[in-house]
Design a protein around this ligand. Sequence first.
Ligand code: FAD
Length: 407
Amino acid sequence: MAAHHQSADIVIVGGGIMGASLAWQLARRGAGRVTLLERSVVAAGGSGKTGALLRRHYSNRPEAILAHRGWQTFAAWPELVGGGPVHTPLGLIVTVETGSGYEDNVERLHRNVALQNAVGVPSRVVDRAELHELQPQADWSDVTHAAFEPDSGYVDAIAATHGMARAAQDAGAVVREGTLALGIETAGDRVQGVRTSDGLIPTGTVVVAAGPWTPQIMRTAGVAVPIAALRVQVAIAQRPLDIESHMIYLDTAAGIFARPWGPGRTLIGLGGGDQHDPVDPDRHDPGADPGYGDLAIAALARRLPAMRGAAYLHGHAGLYDMTPDAHPIIGPAGPEGLYLMAGFSGAGFKKGPAVAEAMADVLFHPGHSPDWVDLRPFTLQRFAGDAWRTPWSPDEYAFSSDFGHGL
Ligand SMILES: Cc1cc2nc3c(=O)[nH]c(=O)nc-3n(C[C@H](O)[C@H](O)[C@H](O)COP(=O)(O)OP(=O)(O)OC[C@H]3O[C@@H](n4cnc5c(N)ncnc54)[C@H](O)[C@@H]3O)c2cc1C
C-alpha cells in the first residue's frame, strides 16, 4: 500500500489558508500524523482569489483578536514560517459610509478604533486634513474621518498559502493535492475515517476547512451547515504614472476595496451589486463579467481621480462562504472527532494563521476555548435557534454597500 494510504491521527479537508495553517500548527506542535487533503491544488479556492487585505478593523472583539494575531504571523513570516516576506505594509484606511447615518457611523468608528487599540492594534482616527497628508492624490471631500492602521497591508495570498503548506510538510505533515474527500465515515457517533478519491484514510479526527464546499462534505456525516456560496469579482487595473503607489483602502464610503497588485497595478473589488448572488460552488463562472473592470475603475476613480485613466488588465471571480450572520464557524460539529473551520465570507484570509492556532489549541485540549480568544460565539449550534440574529456588537456599522459581510 502506498505510504499515503496509511491512517492518520488528524485529517484536514481543504488546502486553503485555513487548512494549510492548521496542518502547520499541528505538525510543528507534534500532533502526530497530520494529513491535508486538497482536491485541486493548494490555494485553488478563495485563498487564491482573495484580495488578502489585512484589515484589523472590526466591531467585535474575538474577530479583532483573530485578525490581529493573524497579522502578527504574516508580518513576521520569514522568522515564524520561513521563506521570504509575504506582507506589504503600506498602511490601510477604513472609511465608513456617509449618508443619513454618517454621524452615528463616525462615533462607532471612534469606539471601534478604541477596541482595536485595546487588543493591541495600532490604529487611530484621522480627519480629512490628515487624510490629505497621507494620500494627497485622493479626493476625500465626502468623508470627515477615517480609521488609519499604519502597519496594516496586504499579502501575496498564493505565495503565503503555498509557504504555509510547505512549512507544514517540512514539519512532517502530508499534503495530498488532487485528492477529493468524498465522505466522512462514522460509527457510533464517532469519526472513523475519510473516504477519498484515492482510498479510505482511517482517522479519529477530521477538521473540515473546505470553504464553500463545506456543506457537501459535512452532509455525509449527517451535519447540516448553513453556508452559501456567493460569487464575488475583482478587477486588476494598470495605474496611470501619476499614482506611483497608494495605501490599502477598505473604503465603504466609496463602495470599494483596493490595494496595489504588484508594480503599477491595483486590485479593485466593488461593494454592492449583483455579484453577491448565491451560486453552486461547482458551477460558477471564475472569470469577471464583461464590463466589471470599467465599473471597478470608475468606482475607484471616485477616491483616486487619476484612476479614470487606468487600463483594465484582467479580472476573476471567487466565492465567499457565507453563514446567515456572516461570522465564521469554528469548533466541534456533529459526531465526536469532527470539527469545522469555515464560513469566513470575504474576511478570512487575514485570520487564517490565528484561527488555525486556536483550532490546534482546541484539538490539544478538547472542550476548552483557548485562553487568548473566546471561541464560544463561533459555534455551529448558534444557528439551531435565533441566537445568531443578535448582532455581535452594538457598534456594527450601518452599511448599504453590500460587501457580503459587516465590519
Ligand atoms: C474576491 C475575494 C476577496 C477577498 N478579500 C479578502 C480580504 O481582502 N481579506 C481577507 O482577509 N479575506 C478576503 N477574502 C476571504 C478569504 O479569501 C477567505 O475567507 C479565505 O481565503 C478562506 O480560506 P479557506 O481556507 O477557509 O477556504 P478556501 O481557500 O476556499 O479553501 C478551501 C479548499 O478546500 C478544497 N476542497 C473543497 N472541498 C474539498 C473536498 N471535498 N476534498 C478536498 N478538498 C476540498 C478547495 O479546493 C479549496 O482549495 C476574499 C475572498 C474573495 C473570494
